[in-house]
Ligand binder design. Structure first.
Ligand code: NDP
Ligand SMILES: CC(C)=CCC[C@@H](C)[C@H]1CC[C@H]2C3=C(CC[C@]12C)[C@@]1(C)CCC(=O)[C@@H](C)[C@@H]1CC3
Length: 342
């Protein structure tokens, strides 16, 4: 049984702990961009679960070349993948609209504001080495290419396999445009990329359920991790932490700890895929008394647009692969030239 949580900190690491507690026979593969951090995560897991089977894999999901290399390694190591957790995500250069926050605080929308950060957050994106918007490339496109590459291991006759996306309640239809899937023009790339991952999950279910592949979407709630510590200075978070625990009495979406945030990811691991709703987002929730539970909510998604997104991603994949081949051919020619003139 092979499982691939995409990361080695925060919610991803908490999930690994929980999965190993659930099933000691599990074969886990941690796919991380930084191998030093991956080693540290592996050691931590082995300390609490002696004898567990934990492999490491170098993967920068924001680089198509790295995704293709990592997929080759996976195909050479394993015959089958049962679970693929697509958890890696970034929110670079976040800006909180303080005025909107105080306005929201005294409005009827206050609970929704704390649950979704609607109207509060913008980010500044940039281009990556593949010429793609970095947030789109990391939060969506790299995962898409990975699924495509691992299709032979995910779709095997007589077996079902699962893809689980760590999305967000910050995903909003109005932040996404099918004519600008990378969100080149807007200021909410995070929200757009998460909405796109929700759509892609729906499209995957429409296309792949017949081949035994089932996709689900999760929101972990508001969790204190490197991602959230990047939004405001850590001294501010320390200062408002008592208020955060107080807010938890009024909203069950403040899960706060990575363990609580991993609730729905863990819950999905225990469910039969056929029993799941392909159009639901599964939310990790924590009650005021600290009880964790999972609740599905219908996503605001139109199936036809999801199919269009899938086709657009296929097109983009072709373009990026072609560019990569050209770049590699140029590099080889340059190397040949250098060895000839030596
Ligand atoms: N925290 C929260 O409140 C919420 C988080 N989420 C989502 O949960 C997921 C996990 O985030 P969280 O645990 O909070 O934050 P963390 O920053 O702790 O975890 C994000 C992980 O993603 C990894 N990562 C980022 N970019 C890449 C990349 N290019 N290649 C490989 N790995 C990468 C990071 O690796 P590295 O260690 O190398 O930095 C890190 O381990 C994200 O998708 C996030 O959007 C959703 C809703 C709320
Ligand atoms: C709690 C107090 C007094 C102030 C903090 C205000 C905001 C910084 C905070 C309110 C709602 C939060 C939130 C997120 C980030 C921090 C807030 C904007 C997320 C966007 C983090 C990442 C996600 O994916 C969402 C699910 C979070 C939604 C709520």
């Amino acid at each position: 049984c092979v499982c691939l949580p995409s990361v080695c900190s925060g919610i991803g690491l908490a999930l690994c702990e929980r999965l190993l507690t659930e099933d000691t026979q599990l074969r886990l593969c941690l796919a991380c961009r930084n191998m030093q951090r991956a080693e540290a995560a592996r050691s931590a897991l082995l300390t609490s679960h002696t004898g567990a089977h934990v492999d490491l894999l170098q993967l920068d999901v924001g680089s198509v070349e790295s995704v293709l290399d990592a997929a080759e390694v996976v195909k050479s190591r394993y015959n089958r993948i049962d679970f693929l957790y697509l958890n890696a995500g970034i929110m670079p250069n976040p800006q909180v609209d303080i005025r909107a926050f105080f306005k929201g605080l005294f409005s009827r929308n206050v609970i929704n504001m704390f649950a979704t950060a609607e109207g509060l957050l913008t980010q500044q994106d940039r281009l990556n080495s593949d010429g793609l918007q970095e947030v789109f490339a990391t939060n969506l496109f790299g995962h898409f290419v990975l699924i495509r590459e691992l299709e032979p291991l995910l779709c095997q006759t007589g077996h079902t396999s699962r893809v689980v996306w760590t999305s967000s309640s910050n995903a909003r239809r109005s932040a996404f445009s099918i004519d600008d899937i990378q969100h080149r023009k807007g200021t909410e790339p995070y929200s757009s990329s998460k909405y796109a991952s929700d759509m892609l999950s729906v499209a995957l279910n429409r296309r792949m359920n017949g081949q035994g592949l089932f996709s689900s979407v999760v929101c972990p709630g508001l969790v204190m991790t490197n991602l959230t510590y990047g939004i405001l200075p850590s001294s501010f978070w320390t200062l408002i932490m008592p208020i955060m625990w107080l807010i938890r009495i009024f909203t069950n979406t403040f899960t706060l700890t990575p363990y609580n945030g991993a609730e729905a990811l863990h819950w999905l691991f225990l469910q039969k895929p056929e029993s799941l709703d392909p159009r639901a987002k599964y939310h990790s929730l924590t009650s005021g008394l600290g009880t964790n539970y999972t609740k599905p909510r219908q996503m605001d998604i139109d199936g036809e647009t999801a199919d269009v997104l899938f086709s657009k991603l296929l097109e983009l994949e072709k373009v990026v692969r072609r560019k990569l081949c050209e770049r590699n051919a140029d590099n080889e020619a340059h190397q040949r030239y250098l060895s000839e003139i030596e």
